[in-house]
Write a protein that binds this ligand. Structure first.
Ligand SMILES: Nc1ncnc2c1ncn2[C@@H]1O[C@H](COP(=O)(O)OP(=O)(O)O)[C@@H](O)[C@H]1O
Ligand SMILES: [Mg+2]
Length: 143
C-alpha cells in the first residue's frame, strides 16, 4: 500500500488507520520497522501513533537514548516502545538493551527507526513502513 501524505493531519490519519488495524500476536510483540532518510517523518509517525493510543507524554526523538517506553491504558497493548538505531553500528548494542525480552512480550507494540543498522538482531520478516521526503509538506508512505 502506498499513500501520499500532504500534511501532518494526513499522516495522523494514516497512523490512526494503521493502529485501528493492528491485531496483537499471541506469542510475541508487534514490531514494526520504520525506514527512510532523516526528516522523512518516522518520528512524526510514532508521535501520531502515540496520540492515537492516548499517550500523554510529549514524544521526542529517541536518537540519543535509543529506546523509550510509554504505558498504554485501555487498549490491546500495554506498552509502546519507540526505538531509534540511528547512532548504533551493531545490532548487539540493541540486544544489550534487552530487545529479546521486549520482543517476547505480546502486549508490547514496538516501532524501530533505522532498522538497517541492527538487522542482524531483528526477527525475520518484520513489517516495514517506508517514508520518503517529497517536498516540505509532502511525504510518500509505503506499507
Ligand atoms: N506530511 C507530513 N508528514 C509527516 N511529517 C511532515 C509532513 N510534512 C512535513 N513534515 C515534517 O517533517 C519532519 C519529519 O521529521 P521526523 O519525523 O523527525 O523525521 P525522521 O524521524 O524520519 O528523521 C517534521 O518536522 C514534520 O513536521
Ligand atoms: Mg526520527
Amino acid at each position: 500500500m502506498k499513500i501520499i501524505s500532504r500534511s501532518l493531519a494526513e499522516t495522523e490519519k494514516f497512523a490512526q488507520d494503521f493502529v485501528a488495524k493492528l491485531i496483537p500476536k499471541k506469542d510475541e510483540a508487534t514490531l514494526v520497522a520504520l525506514s527512510g532518510e532523516l526528516g522523512s517523518g518516522k518520528t512524526t509517525f510514532v508521535q501520531c501513533v502515540a496520540r492515537t493510543l492516548g499517550v500523554q507524554e510529549n514524544i521526542t526523538s529517541p536518537t540519543f537514548v535509543i529506546m523509550k517506553k510509554f504505558s498504554i491504558f485501555n487498549f490491546q497493548f500495554s506498552n509502546l516502545y519507540h526505538l531509534d538505531a540511528y547512532r548504533l553500528e551493531r545490532g548487539e548494542e540493541l540486544a544489550k538493551l534487552g530487545l529479546e525480552e521486549i520482543v517476547a512480550e505480546p502486549r508490547n507494540l514496538i516501532f524501530l527507526e533505522w532498522p538497517e543498522n541492527v538487522k542482524n538482531v531483528l526477527p525475520k520478516d518484520i513489517p516495514k513502513i517506508s517514508f520518503e521526503f517529497i517536498d516540505e509538506n509532502t511525504r510518500k508512505i509505503v506499507l
